[in-house]
Structure formats: C-alpha cells, structure tokens
Design a protein around this ligand. Structure first.
Ligand code: HEM
Length: 427
C-alpha cells in the first residue's frame, strides 16, 4: 500500500519547477541530465552508457557531451587548453568573460585562476575549519531536538515517529554554517534555497526577474552593508575578508567579490546538503551498515569517504575551447561537456565492486571533490559538516528506515541529492 507523506512534512521548496523537459528518446544520443528520470536513476544510466558508448551526446542545450569513464573525466579536468571553465552549469552562456568568469575561482582559467584561488585558501585551511566543529555539532543536536518534538506531536504511537531527513535536517546544516561564515543573515535561508534552485536546478528558466529579486541585487546589498560597517579582518566574516584582500595592491573588482560570494553561497550549501541527505538515504535502506557504524567506531572515517564516493553529488561542466576529439567523438568549440565526477566514482576500471557500497573500503581515491586545478577548495569544511551531521544523527537516531522509497524525491540538474526523504524513526 502506498503511504501518504507525513502531515508534519512541510513543502520542500515553494518554487516553480521550470519547464517540463521533453521525454528522452535514448540516453546515448538524446540524454538530458536535467530530466527527473536521470535524477532518479543516474547510476544505472552511467552503467548502461559505459557498456554502450563511453561518451554520450545530446543536441540539447546547444550540443552537450557526457563522458562516463573515469579516464575521460580525469583527462578533461586536467585539460585547460581544450576546455574553459567559464561556464560550469549547462544553460545560458556566461556573461562575464574568461579568464575570470562570473564566479571566480570556479569559472576562472589559468593564469588568473591561481590568483583567485590563492585568495581563498586561508579561510578554508584545516585549522579555521576545525574551529567550527563544536558549533556545527551543537546545531545538529538542536535540529534533532526540534525534529523529535515535531515528530512526537504527530506520532500515532510512542515508539514510532516520522521526520523528513532532508527537509528537517540535511538542508539546514550547510545554510547555517556558510551564512555565519559569510556574515549573511540566517533568516534568509529560504532565499538562499531559491537562488540555488534557479542557478543549479533550473538555469535560465526564471525568465526576466525584477532586479530586487536577483542574487546579484541581494549580494550587492549585503556588500554595501559590510562596506558601511567595516570590521577588521580578525573580527570580520568572509565578506569583510574579501573586501580587505588585494591583487597586486588593488582591491578586488566588485564583480570578482560578488562572484566569489555567490560561489561560496551556492557551492557551500547545495553540495553538502545533498551529501548529508544521500548518506542518510543509504543508511535508512541498509540496516547492516547502520549496525556496523554503531558497533565499530573505527569504521566511521572509512564510511564517510565511501558515502562521498558512492553518493557523490557534484557534476560540473566545461565549454570546449577548440574543435577536438574526445575518445573518438568530434567535440566542437562552444559545445558543453559535462564532468560527472559521480560517474567516475562508479567506474569498475578504477574501483573494485564499484556499484557496491563497501563501508570499510580501504583504497578509495574517489573524485567527489573533483580533479585538477579546480579541486574543491571547501573539502575540509564539507568533510567536517558531513561527518558531524552523520555522527550526530546516528548517535541520537540510530534506528530508522525509509517511510516509502516512492516518496523520496531527488534534485534535478548537476547537483544530485534527496530533497524529500521521509523516514520512520524506530525507538
Ligand atoms: C560534499 C560537499 C562538496 C562536494 C561534493 C564538492 C564538490 C566540488 C567539486 C567536484 C568541485 C570541482 C569543480 C570543477 O572542477 O569545476 C568543487 C569546487 C569548489 N568547491 Fe566544492 N564541494 C563540496 C562542498 C563545498 C563547500 C562546503 C565549499 C565552500 C563553502 C566549496 C567550495 C568550492 C569552491 C570555492 C570550488 C572551486 C575551486 C576552484 O575552482 O579552484 N565546496 N567542489
């Protein structure tokens, strides 16, 4: 019997879903990575493509390629001659030119990329990130207190209750952490999710918005507020820091500072929310892995890396800068090329039992954080948040299961994770 979603579950995100994508004729020559069918079954599609053709193609989005083998993904990630990072989300062509692009450093090419990246290294180094552990853990406990109180209100018996692990838990953690780091008001969380939806899930589909509703306007307002109330770099937040740094004695251009803040806001939230949610989805489905996590604390660091490999959320893109061949396929200048790091993580040429979750996998050089010069700059923070979130959940709510697999809804587009994840808490 199909169960209805729990009445306590709020609507996930009150947003238009954008245009309904056309049905996919076949995944080799007409794929659509924004289609809900792709979101629901991406690992199965990569496996099918690996057998059929290692580089899929579609005429959609102006011509787009999808390599699924680790070797191709790695080669593209290291090739900054044939590919530009000016655009990393398939959609409308970026308006800010290379080598900076609209969101430095992720949209920057060499040699500017190294300059833009170096500026960001100090705040994301291991030491300042480790200092965020206690507050992140306290916040995870607070979320679970709230989730239990809400679940208890709606519980039909004292030993079972229902919660949404994505909405009530996973989505909130990175919002709080990155809002505090940047110095943005936490109560704008709903707005952040709207911006993320527009940029990642439905790029180019929002149409002409009033300027006051755009991410640019929001960030300009926040930057102006920071400029009006300057604080020292020691006492300040990440926006203060970006307004204080210079390149060869010159402050950052306004579009550089704004683009980097936008990147940190979007890269910091959607990715980590997806990784936490997908890890909980796996645990909800696999009682043996839950038991192993509880009984064997030594396995936990390995489990976190395996969650990152098996449930890797982030596919980025490149724009071809030349006409060239990619594993025998004729890529033309201007084509989009997707970099599915999650598919590379499932390549049997590189990982033994690649499609099996092995909780104590010892050799695990996964690509969840990318490869090459753009490798994730926030990986210390991401690992901290995912580890603390799963540890706290498993400490407080060790027994839980999916309410109904059919109720799980995955995000569409280039960041993949559960957006609706109703679970039954067994106490
Ligand atoms: C589990 C969570 C995360 C995953 C899986 C992830 C994944 C990735 C990947 C695959 C890339 C490479 C992009 C490319 O090659 O085009 C990347 C880049 C980046 N990530 Fe993350 N990320 C996560 C969390 C974060 C967080 C929390 C932050 C910071 C708030 C962050 C900041 C960045 C930045 C700034 C870059 C660009 C680096 C550069 O271009 O040099 N990420 N991330």
């Amino acid at each position: 019997m199909t169960q209805s979603p729990p009445s306590s579950t709020p609507a996930p995100i009150d947003l238009p879903t954008g245009q309904e994508p056309l049905p996919v004729r076949d995944w080799e020559t007409d794929f659509d990575h924004t289609h809900p069918d792709y979101a629901a079954a991406a690992p199965e599609i990569w496996e099918q493509l690996r057998q059929a053709c290692p580089v899929a193609h579609t005429q959609r989005f102006g011509g787009t390629w999808l390599p699924v083998r680790h070797a191709d993904v790695e080669a593209i990630a290291h090739d900054t001659v044939n590919y530009t990072s000016q655009g990393v989300i398939v959609g409308p062509r970026p308006e800010v030119d290379a080598p900076m692009g609209p969101a430095p450093p992720i949209t920057s090419d060499p040699p500017f990329h190294a300059i833009a990246r170096r500026l960001l290294l100090p705040p994301f180094a291991p030491k300042p990130i480790a200092a965020l552990e206690a507050s992140t853990r306290a916040y995870c406990h607070e979320l679970i207190d709230n989730l239990l109180a809400k679940a208890d209100e709606n519980a039909s018996s004292t030993d079972t209750a229902i919660a949404d692990a994505a909405i009530d838990y996973a989505q909130n953690i990175p919002v709080r952490v990155i809002a505090n780091m940047l110095g943005l008001p936490e109560h704008d969380a709903g707005r952040f999710r709207t911006f993320i939806h527009r940029v990642i899930e439905a790029p180019g589909q929002a149409g002409e918005l009033p300027h006051e509703e755009t991410l640019d306007y929001y960030l300009d307002t926040q930057v102006a507020e920071h400029r009006a109330n300057p604080r020292s770099p020691e006492d300040g937040d990440l926006i203060d820091y970006l307004l204080s740094v210079d390149i060869d004695g010159m402050p950052l251009l306004d579009e550089h500072a704004r683009g980097t803040i936008a990147l940190l806001l979007i890269a910091g939230i959607d990715t980590t929310w997806s990784a936490i949610g997908a890890s909980l989805w796996h645990l909800a489905e696999n009682p043996a892995d839950r038991r192993r996590w509880i009984e064997d604390p030594d396995v936990r660091p390995f489990a976190i890396e395996e969650f990152l490999r098996f449930c890797a959320p982030v596919t980025m893109a490149r724009i071809a800068a030349t006409d060239h061949e990619l594993s025998g396929c004729p890529v033309q200048e201007g084509n989009w090329v997707l970099l599915p790091f999650p598919a590379a993580n499932r390549d049997p040429e590189v990982f033994e039992d690649a499609d099996t979750f092995v909780i104590d996998r010892k050799v695990n050089r996964h690509t969840a954080f990318g490869l090459g010069i753009h490798r994730c700059l926030g990986s210390n923070l991401a690992r901290l948040e995912v580890s603390v979130a799963i540890e706290t959940w498993m400490e407080r709510l060790p027994e839980f299961e999916l309410l109904d697999p059919a109720l799980v809804r995955w995000s569409t587009g280039q960041v993949r994770g559960p957006r609706v994840l109703p679970v039954r808490l067994i106490r």
